[in-house]
Design a protein around this ligand. Structure first.
Ligand code: ZN
Length: 303
């Protein structure tokens, strides 16, 4: 700024001096223009220097902290034909147990998918934070749609009214802010992928409606069953691991070398049952050919 003032004062002084000496106006104008350009450049340089060099990085760190940072471009998924893919899925969250599933999978460094219910998000005190935490943890965890209200457990009525059911899923998509078009039907293991569909007669109309809107529907191959009275797992981790090995060896999976495992968040709310989840994951990890993935990478899934 001080350089700029120097230029201006020297220009005025030069102008007065040259005028006294009888120089022509064009020469004076040329000198004035030169002074102006120098001043302008100095202002630009000063603006750059005065900018806080930490501003951008501090802003980026803040956005990352609140989970609002722009996401890095998604890396293309490449299938390794020597591997067997395991898609561990947790249904009906957010519920007591969701945080345990999240922490265990994070601790074990594996990917998993959470099919969530919008009404459970509304009813749980910290529901929105839990759903947001899952949503922001992609690509390790994938948030997916499991309807707005889980049909209120009236499955027949729900699927017999396909437009109403479709609206229910769209409401959940909006309420949960689900990032991808991936759905699991409540109480039903139907499949809808690119150019293929496998469903029961009951859900067929809803499945077609979702398909025409570009949605995938993901069923499952193996279920970790639970006692409906206390939500505790029925199979031991060893038994479930043996079931997965057996299903692969007998080619019982819907898509070769891809195994979707259904479980529910609430099965792992107790510490002893959380330990079973840890054990199951560790058993699977012992096989170097097994890879945990999220269901958006299931073969044939529409983008
Ligand atoms: Zn469910």
């Amino acid at each position: 700024m001080s350089i700029c003032l120097l230029y201006l004062s020297s220009t005025i002084f030069t102008y007065m001096y040259l005028r006294q000496r009888g120089f022509r106006l064009i020469v004076i104008v040329f000198l004035g223009f030169f002074g102006f350009m120098s001043c302008n450049n100095t202002l630009k340089e000063n603006t750059f220097i005065e900018k806080d060099p930490m501003a951008d990085s501090a802003k980026k760190a803040y956005l990352e902290k609140i989970g609002a940072a722009p996401k890095a471009p998604e890396q293309p998924f490449v299938v390794d034909s020597t591997k067997f893919y395991i898609y561990l899925t947790f249904d009906d969250g957010p519920q007591p147990g969701t945080i345990n599933c999240y922490n265990i999978c994070k601790g074990e460094g594996i990917k998993a998918t959470f099919f969530m219910v919008a009404l459970h998000q509304q009813r749980k005190r910290d529901g929105k934070q839990i759903v947001g935490m899952i949503r922001n943890s992609y690509p390790q965890f994938l948030l997916a749609n499991h309807s707005f209200d889980h049909t209120m457990e009236h499955y027949q009525y729900f699927y017999q009214h396909p437009e109403m059911a479709f609206d229910n899923f769209m409401r959940a998509q909006d309420s949960l802010q689900v990032p991808k078009k991936i759905i699991r039907l409540p109480g039903n293991g139907g499949w809808v992928l690119q150019n293929q569909m496998k469903t029961s007669h009951l859900v067929s109309a809803v499945a077609h409606r979702l398909d025409s809107a570009g949605y995938n529907v993901i069923g499952w191959d193996v279920e970790w069953n639970f006692n409906h009275k206390n939500a505790r797992p029925i199979q031991t981790p060893e038994k479930l691991a043996a079931q997965v090995d057996s299903a692969f060896s007998k080619h019982h999976e819907y898509m070769t070398k891809n195994m979707v495992i259904l479980s529910h968040d609430r099965m792992f709310k107790r510490s002893e049952d959380s330990a079973s989840l840890v054990k199951f994951i560790q058993l699977m990890k012992q096989n170097p050919k097994y890879v945990f993935e999220t269901v958006d990478h299931y073969p044939g899934a529409k983008k």
